[in-house]
Write a protein that binds this ligand. Sequence first.
Ligand SMILES: NC(=O)c1ccc[n+]([C@@H]2O[C@H](COP(=O)([O-])OP(=O)(O)OC[C@H]3O[C@@H](n4cnc5c(N)ncnc54)[C@H](OP(=O)(O)O)[C@@H]3O)[C@@H](O)[C@H]2O)c1
Length: 209
Amino acid sequence: MKPYIHINFACSIDGKIALEGGRPYKFSNLEDLQRVHRLRSEVDAILVGKNTINNDDPKLVVNPKYYSSDKVPDAVVLDSRLQIKESARVFDYNRKVILITGSDINFNNFKNKRAEVLVKRCDSPRPGVDCIVKILGDLEYKKILVEGGKSVITSFLESQFWDEISIFYSPVFVGDKGVSMLDSMITVKNVTLNTVTSLGNGFLVTIKR
Ligand SMILES: NC(=O)c1ccc[n+]([C@@H]2O[C@H](COP(=O)([O-])OP(=O)(O)OC[C@H]3O[C@@H](n4cnc5c(N)ncnc54)[C@H](OP(=O)(O)O)[C@@H]3O)[C@@H](O)[C@H]2O)c1
């Protein structure tokens, strides 16, 4: 069965998710971090692209500073040619890390990690969202949180496989040199619920299908 796909990210008022050259910036305020870490505690796995791992080195866990939970969600990284850094902090926890690759890889050298690393290969050079969703469904994941970055958000929005989008807007402008949230124009269809709510000094946009 297809898992529920929730896309979540934070950006500036002008829709940038990172600074010039992809430098990360903490757009989320305390209230948003509390929301995101509660959300992480409710999903089976958090999915990101290889660049987010290699640039930002996120742990992709529930931080007790923001939300108290024993849950360690699994992590899913889209990485066509297995270029993830072996030192990435995502491997430092007792959980599964699923590396979804394209067809052009033939080795798996991720041993001696605290995490159990599973390499799942798709039939195209870059994994398509239909293949990714099938793999996650076969693993019996029910709920996936897609956290970025730009290329991954674009792929999921283009695919129409998503169920919910949450975007936190921080009261900051980044300007033209920042990294935009999307690669291209996408029209969101069949929306059943659209809300905008204040969250501390920012606001949260929720779109559901
Ligand atoms: N503000 C936020 O909430 C937030 C959250 C996360 C990240 N970010 C920012 O986002 C930036 C990174 O974004 P990014 O676009 O460069 O990288 P990304 O989305 O993290 O990763 C993209 C890479 O994943 C691989 N990939 C494999 N299959 C894919 C598929 N089906 N669709 C898309 N990508 C696929 C591709 O590389 P290969 O084909 O070579 O494998 C692709 O270049 C960083 O600056 C980070 O700080 C911001």
